[in-house]
Design a protein around this ligand. Structure first.
Ligand code: FMN
Length: 315
């Protein structure tokens, strides 16, 4: 009945967004064990590091999970995709680049391919190239966003009218209301990043989780717009510093130097909020607790069903 669930062989229409370099096996396995699709984020990691996390995840779950490769970020795309095939990982999510050259080989080996897009044009191209699932991400989302700055609410119905493969909506979804809205807009499920940071299993520093919990509607900012490298982060001393640099004028090269994965780890894993950044989406402002992934999903599914019933009574 739900193509997304059927294709990915999962129980709930929820995908964990890739979180390159900082998420771990425990979180991916917790998502998969709770019925969603857990994801390992390759980021800039060496193939051996990714392999280690794949093996750890396999120890923690016998359910399907995915590896995310951000194509313009990973220096090791080919090697990591080879590793995914070698270890028969069930799904791969490809983002931040053209997925077309990589899809045929993955599909030949039975790997389900999820393509992350930010426009209807990209979605149509990805479907033509063989994507099994499209993740459509609006710029409410945490982390690197498309320069197109499209919103989830407008993106989903446009893409739903143009592709036949199932769509997961990403960007700004953190509860049952969000899941219900995504389904109403034409998606078959959701991909979440920010909401999963505030879970018991997420391996992030307490300062990261606390900053997220205390964020209000102005709690995230876009850094990098002036150099064409749009990234949504939680407002911290380091994001203020980056914005000051941009206000004075900064080159793309210098901006990249200030937002390396080392700065990401400093913020997210070590809680050094004056020396590193922490990704966070606009949905941060409605997040106020740190449940286990399983409790979170039970609550999201229950609330989504209630919201869809409530809404249907309004018309
Ligand atoms: C800490 C963090 C790191 C992320 N890193 C990646 C990444 O490596 N690759 C990617 O495709 N998306 C990345 N994202 C985006 C998520 O996969 C997801 O699509 C996004 O968070 C969804 O929007 P939301 O934050 O509003 O839930 C990251 C998000 C977070 C929170």
């Amino acid at each position: 009945m739900n193509k997304l669930i059927d294709i990915l062989n999962i129980q709930l229409p929820i995908i964990q967004g890739g979180m390159g370099n900082i998420s771990n096996a425990r979180l991916a396995a917790a998502v998969s064990n709770a019925g969603g699709l857990g994801t390992i984020g390759a980021g800039t990691m060496q193939p051996e590091e990714v392999e280690k996390i794949i093996l750890e995840t396999k120890q923690l779950t016998n359910k399907p999970f995915a590896v995310n490769v951000a194509l313009s970020v990973s220096p090791y795309t080919k090697e990591i995709l080879g590793m995914i095939i070698k270890h028969a990982v069930q799904a791969v999510s490809l983002s931040a680049g053209n997925p077309a050259p990589f899809i045929p080989k993955l599909k030949e080996h039975g790997v389900k391919v999820i393509c992350v897009v930010a426009s209807p044009k990209q979605a149509v191209k990805a479907e033509k190239a063989g994507a099994d699932v499209i993740v459509a991400e609006g710029y409410e989302a945490a982390g690197i966003n498309s320069n197109l700055e499209t919103t989830t609410f407008t993106l989903i119905p446009q893409i739903a009218s143009k592709v036949t493969v199932p769509i997961a909506a990403a960007g700004g979804i953190g509860d049952g209301k969000g899941l219900a809205a995504a389904l109403a807009l034409g998606a078959s499920g959701v991909q979440m990043g920010t909401r999963l940071i505030a879970t018991k299993e997420a391996p992030f520093h307490e300062e990261y989780k606390n900053t997220l919990l205390s964020a209000d509607d102005q709690g995230t900012v876009i850094v990098g717009r002036s150099v064409g490298r749009v990234r949504r982060v939680l407002k911290t001393p380091y994001s203020d510093y980056l914005l000051e640099k941009e206000a004075i004028g900064i080159t793309l090269e210098d901006f990249n130097g200030l937002t390396t994965e080392e700065h990401h780890k400093l913020g997210a894993l070590q809680g050094k909020l004056d020396r590193g950044f922490i990704n966070g989406g606009q949905i941060s402002s409605i997040i106020s607790d740190i449940p286990s992934v399983e409790d979170l999903f039970v609550c999201i599914m229950k609330d989504a069903k209630e919201e869809l019933m409530r809404a249907s009574n309004l018309i």
